[in-house]
Design a protein around this ligand. Structure first.
Ligand SMILES: Cc1cc2nc3c(=O)[nH]c(=O)nc-3n(C[C@H](O)[C@H](O)[C@H](O)COP(=O)(O)OP(=O)(O)OC[C@H]3O[C@@H](n4cnc5c(N)ncnc54)[C@H](O)[C@@H]3O)c2cc1C
Length: 395
């Protein structure tokens, strides 16, 4: 994304990607694009695929033992929709367009170290087993375990971090969607989610205890648990299909206090990881690519570094707002975070009592009651629906 935006502004760049092209273009993760992301992609001529094949979603559905209701978020808040378009297809489009525009990308090139040469105004990236690359700036867009983040935190940049204490078994099934909309199911055995991806592929989520091994979840067990939590006996069956992928995602969030300094600037998961509970990660990455491209253009084309100096101030309020909503959403889906976890990042402990394996204590009962109060307010309060819609689709 950033590569395309830089080329658009006449700024040369080289992209280093440690994996091969097939792996990058086949990695299924996100699917929900906010209206802002679609606008940015469209403005820069990068939206042909998503406009042709993406699906517009304007509602989502909630289920619990108290029944189900549909929330038409396209008619609340700012009235904005989501566009559902699998991340790997978007990545494929972006790579094709970047190459078509003359961009250079080196696959199988892992950045190992970023070193600034203060005197010469250049920055050098050491590539494992390959030639170094030097440039005037490095944009670390290499995810939350990448070299960009490591280089910045090594200089003392602090991180604000939260462990939601919950994990999801993320399942990708070669099965058509079973619901018209995204489905969120609250259940005493834990949260279950249904997200359409394409006409033939659906993503499902099952809340599971921390440390779960995906190998323990056979296809039969996955479909049986989904049927229980999505209450198919009451609301109708799910459309089955082979499980293409299953992985456990620990819900963790963090934000770097400052997403860059000197000649190293970060965007996307490198600058902050957001739990997938509100589907914000890829959308924040698009936002940051847009802001960083503008700031780098100022510095490189006009010798004006004020955009870079302002990059943190431009990003962080919107990043934090997405985190706040994601946190709120996590409370809705799993119950409130366990207060005893506060200030820790160890990842130990269980969630707030909504797991299948845990007995329900006083705190878990309290948490579950809050969860249902939040759900009921969302069902009945127009104000709450507006809040939800604005934050759910906004970035
Ligand atoms: C199961 C799941 C579902 C999700 N659903 C949604 C959703 O619906 N909506 C949403 O907005 N977000 C969602 N997300 C989050 C979203 O996928 C990420 O936030 C997004 O991919 C971040 O983009 P990025 O470019 O910063 O990082 P990445 O997409 O991780 O890209 C980083 C790239 O850098 C490469 N790399 C890493 N280290 C190096 C190195 N040292 N040298 C060279 N290359 C390197 C990696 O191979 C990778 O290709 C989801 C995430 C998960 C796990």
């Amino acid at each position: 994304m950033l590569g395309n935006l830089l080329l658009d502004r006449g700024i040369d760049c080289v992209i280093l990607e440690r994996r091969d092209r097939v792996a990058v273009e086949g990695r299924a993760r996100a699917g929900f694009l906010a209206a802002h992301s679609v606008r940015v992609l469209t403005e820069h001529g990068l939206a042909a695929g998503l406009l042709a094949r993406g699906k517009t979603h304007t509602s989502c559905l909630f289920r619990s033992d108290r029944g189900e209701f549909t929330l038409d978020y396209g008619k609340s808040g700012l009235g904005e929709p989501h566009t559902v378009y699998p991340q790997q297809e978007l990545v494929r489009d972006l790579i094709a367009e970047y190459l078509r525009r003359g961009g250079e990308i080196r696959f199988g090139a892992e950045a190992e170290e970023v070193a600034e040469d203060a005197a010469g105004g250049r920055v050098r990236v050491r590539v494992r087993g390959g030639a170094d690359v030097t440039g005037r700036y490095v944009a670390g867009c290499d995810g939350h375990r990448g070299t960009g983040r490591a280089a910045l935190t090594a200089r003392g940049t602090r991180t604000a971090r939260w462990d939601h204490g919950v994990s999801w078994l993320a399942v990708l099934a070669a099965a058509p969607p079973s619901l018209e909309a995204v489905g969120y199911a609250l259940h005493e055995r834990g949260f279950a989610g249904h997200m359409a991806r394409t006409a033939t592929v659906t993503r499902y989520y099952l809340q599971c205890p921390r440390g779960t091994d995906p190998a323990d979840w056979s296809e039969d067990r996955i479909w049986a648990e989904l049927a229980t939590r999505l209450r198919t006996a009451e609301f109708g069956p799910l459309r089955h299909g082979p499980v293409l992928e299953k992985a456990v995602v620990d819900l963790r969030s963090d934000v770097l206090e400052s997403p860059g300094a000197g000649r190293l600037w970060l965007a996307g998961d490198a600058a902050g990881l957001i739990s997938p509970s509100a589907a914000k990660g890829a959308n924040l990455a698009v936002l940051q690519a847009e802001l960083l491209a503008r700031a780098l253009e100022g510095a490189l084309a006009h010798g004006d570094r004020t955009g870079l100096a302002r990059y943190a101030a431009d990003c962080l309020p919107r990043v934090w707002r997405a985190h706040e909503f994601s946190h709120w959403m996590s409370g809705l889906l799993h119950g409130p975070a366990d207060p005893h976890r506060e200030g820790t990042d160890s990842g130990t402990g269980t969630d707030s009592g909504t797991d299948s394996g845990t007995g329900e204590g006083d705190a878990a009962r309290y948490g579950r009651a809050l969860q249902y109060a939040r759900l009921e307010s969302l069902r009945t309060s127009r104000t709450h629906q507006d809040f939800f819609a604005e934050n759910y689709t906004g970035i």
